[in-house]
Write a protein that binds this ligand. Sequence first.
Ligand code: ZN
Ligand code: ZN
Ligand code: FE
Length: 756
Amino acid sequence: MIKNSVCISIKGLVQGVGFRPFIYRLAQKHQLKGIVTNRSDGVVVKVHGDENVIEKFQQDIIRYAPHAALIKNISSVLIDENSFSDFKILPSEKNDLLDTEISPDIAVCSDCLNDLKTQKHRINYPFINCTNCGPRFSIIKGIPYDRVKTTMDTFEMCTDCHFEYHNVDDRRFHAQPVACNFCGPKYQYQKHQIDESDFTQIIKQIASQLKNGDVLAIKGLGGYHLICDAQNQQSVKRIRKIKEREAKPFAVMFRNIHAVEQFCLLNANEQKELESWRRPIVILDEKKQLCHSVNQGIKSLGVILPYLPLHYLLFEYLEIPAIVFTSANRSEEPLIANDALANDQFYRLTDGLLSHNREIYNPLDDSVVKLNRNSLSVIRRSRGYVPTPVELNRRVDSILATGAEQKNTFCLGKEYNAILSQHIGDLKNYETYQFYIDTIEKFFDLFHFNPQFIVCDMHPAYLTTKFANEFVHLYLKDDRSRIIQVQHHHAHIASCLAEHQIEQNVIGVSFDGTGYGTDGKIWGGEFLICDTKSFQRFAHFDYIKMPGGDHAAKEPWRMALAYLEKYFGHQGNWTDLRCFKNVNQQSISLLRNMLQNNVNSPLTSSAGRLFDAVACILNLCTENSFDAEAPMRLESIIDKSVTESYPYQVLDKTIKFDCTLEAIISDIDKIPVTIISAKFHNTIINSIIDLSEMIRKETGINKVVLSGGVFQNGYLLGKSMEQLKSNKFNVYTNEQVPANDGGIAIGQLIVASNNI
Ligand code: ZN
Ligand code: ZN
Ligand code: FE
């Protein structure tokens, strides 16, 4: 038998997921001698033994890898070393040239839930974790991932934990956040006299308060949440008041999958997503209402299952099926992870504040996903996903992409990887902008990032644009060639090209609410021909005035009026429409004056604004109390059995909806609004198919990319894809990053890499 020494390099998500102990045990099993160590670019294994055994060992690495690990690349070379006396885990090596992959936070595993009831030093211990589960990104301060570089560094292990940490046969071997009731972090419950040394007492108190309708703030993994009984209308309304959030649906945590099934429609893929170790919020169709105030009559629900030991313990003592589970922050502000701030904002307003003494270094929200015909769309990419990079087919090293102004995320380019930040939010809010700056600094530090180029939107007034300008001035010697500006809708399409590694020209259908166009107008219903370098605008939705600018995005009745005024002027009896009865008559004449005299009425080709107008005309929503409320209401009533549509026109590559709106108005009072909504959606889908055909005829391009926030509309996305495919197009949409502005940064990154 031939004896060999081999060095195996494993790249991907292999740190902080129990990989080294896994390798150790595997080596023991195969009786191989050698070493395993973390390097900044992955895990390195050196082994000496029989050729065949090593071969089998390598296969087993792939086959039995820990469930949160993601092996992207495994390679091996023969080496000369063969003086290993046993198998050892060596301390982490420093290798600043390359970057590592930091594990996202992982939901508590079933073994730990079992230990919670059986291990003497961890009975009901809410911070229980092991190498397969627990906090990761949220507590990490530096790489390589070791306890001293996490916010666990202030807790000294007791002898039991110390023993487990060093015992290779233990599941907590090298589990960096290992802790127990005697040595680890602890919860404190404020406002109530309870013996805090006994967490069971705290949890019983909280459960009884929730049952009685109290509202509580609790500190979790990435920040604080506000919680209450999801079936108690009064309590839910109280949370709305605290958050200053009028109507945007709240996420709900159900006790288990059976409880979810009582209130929501659920298929196997959705269940799989709900139960995955990432534990995102999954948007499901509602079956039975919990209470009106949770989702305000929108027939879908953001659902999440317990992911911390704390959540499991809570439901153990709480008999209700579900709690509202919403991040603790005021509307538009970033989530709160800081204890003093939480105290300040929530001590008085809630009936109890549960905090703990482990610092959250990287605050992050719960992620939100949705399944459209079984393919996954990420709507908010945060806990459980961040900071896993998206792998690209181009080198994007040293580029910082600043992202969009709303739903902001930013992105670092490292070699061939795009490292996307957690969801930051709307930068126009001062606190959110501070969070943006802080997080960029932390990412630079964490990923040893040395920026050489910065990319931003074309909008001259965006805060990201200002940030880019200041950044170049301060850090890049005022060299203007280091700034690259990328058009918003091009970035949407490029985000999808980036994740699918597409190089060729495509037909880019970029539909969203708003984005600055190269003509200075507000775009949003765009048909582009583009690749990841440049774009050409082939056609677009008709330009319509937005009376009052940004106000028009918040008040759909303004857009309805603008459309009707443009298309029908004084003809027709559209002013009699029921939707305008809710609006002050004076405001209506004022607005018509504004439109006629062109006062503060910028032009937009936005698809989002068209959906707003139609939702208003159908009297579903005259004012948005949260972003995209009108289109959500329009989508939520669609009669899916309807195949008919309305006419529309293409004139000089402008897509006009005058005949569409005329037909819609004549249908009101004649057929149910559920059918009108379906016919309208089908019209937009027809426009996508027709324009794609037109472009294919002219250019021969056969790939279609659908991106932009409007494609969060499941009906629109699903049916467009289906019909494009049946017309023999290759269709792509975002999967790993959001189609909304949360994905813009990665699009900016790839376009920038092509233009430097
Ligand atoms: Zn575990
Ligand atoms: Zn301990
Ligand atoms: Fe957008």
